[in-house]
Design a protein around this ligand. Structure first.
Ligand SMILES: [Fe+2]
Ligand SMILES: [Fe+2]
Length: 153
């Protein structure tokens, strides 16, 4: 599968975006105070790395098959760390800020995939990008669940 110049440039931009997500979650897992959140950010860092690898495969001529994983958000059930009355409010504020910022990023990334799908001729590439878009929404859902469980809304 040979990509057009435009398709190649779209994939490159998406890879830059994924690289930023990998770095962000790496940093945020160290900035987070709560271990549960540190682990969540580390998990998401690995998933962004998988996105990066998939895009890189497209660039080198193979389209990886997608798993259409739409259950990561549904299956994530964190336990509350910040319980009312006993919490370190400074830590909670810090972690809440990181969550809100990460959700904003996921929202932007997800909408980028939504529009980039339309730039491709190949059905399998379109499927892959749509699959990644759903996974970005799952990431946001997991972080949102963490927030609501910890009364951060
Ligand atoms: Fe991603
Ligand atoms: Fe993501």
């Amino acid at each position: 599968m040979i990509l057009t110049e435009k398709e190649t440039s779209v994939i490159n931009d998406l890879m830059t975006q994924e690289k930023t997500c990998i770095e962000k979650y790496g940093k945020y897992s160290t900035y987070a105070k709560d271990t549960e959140l540190k682990n969540l950010f580390s998990t998401l860092q690995e998933r962004e790395q998988q996105h990066y690898n998939s895009l890189n495969q497209v660039l080198t001529g193979t389209v990886p098959s997608c798993d259409v994983n739409d259950s990561a958000g549904k299956n994530y059930n964190p336990t509350a760390t910040y319980t009312i009355g006993k919490s370190n409010l400074e830590d909670k504020d810090n972690d809440c800020f990181l969550c809100t910022d990460a959700i904003t990023t996921e929202k932007l990334v997800s909408s980028e995939y939504n529009s980039d799908v339309f730039a491709f001729r190949d059905t399998n590439i379109r499927k892959l990008l749509a699959d990644i878009q759903v996974e970005e929404q799952n990431h946001a859902e997991m972080i949102y669940k963490y927030k609501t469980t910890n009364s951060m809304t």
